[in-house]
Design a binder for this molecule. Structure first.
Ligand SMILES: [Zn+2]
Length: 151
């Protein structure tokens, strides 16, 4: 398929880069950002996923599929490493300014356009890897580029 063919069908592609930041706290609470399992275990939470409609009123098909599987997940809770925000029993706290101070220079280095307003977002995670079944994030900037080998 030639590049013009991709344009004719409206194809768009991008790269999403995930990088854990070396911050003192998590992004939306004061829990340590260090990987769990080092502190004292203070409890366990058992959950089963249920599919619910999102902001647009639609239920995600993959979430429905996971609900139909009726799998139970057990999450270990460690002192200082987990809180009610992590399990969606409390609203997110103010975003970590430390994380923002790391993200903004990275965005500038990639020539990105920083957004006018930061809006926390939820992205569904239906594989049981997260007790809240979603990942909370913030879009900081868009439309940047990285030059690799002159391209
Ligand atoms: Zn927390």
């Amino acid at each position: 398929m030639a590049i013009d063919d991709y344009k004719s069908i409206g194809f768009m592609c991008g790269i999403e880069i995930h990088q854990r930041l070396a911050t003192s706290t998590k992004l939306f609470c004061s829990c340590t950002a260090e990987i769990s399992g080092k502190g004292r275990e203070i409890g366990r939470i058992r959950r089963r996923q249920r599919a619910v409609a999102g902001e647009l009123g639609k239920v995600d098909r993959s979430a429905e599929f996971e609900e139909e599987r009726e799998r139970d997940f057990t999450y270990r809770v460690f002192r200082g490493n987990s809180c009610l925000v992590d399990v969606d029993e409390e609203p997110p706290h103010e975003m970590s300014m430390e994380a923002l101070r790391i993200a903004l220079p990275i965005a500038r280095a990639m020539g990105m356009r920083v957004v006018d307003e930061l809006q926390p977002m939820r992205k569904g995670v239906v594989d049981g890897s997260d007790p809240s079944a979603f990942q909370r994030t913030v879009l900081v900037a868009m439309d940047g580029s990285i030059t690799v080998n002159g391209k």
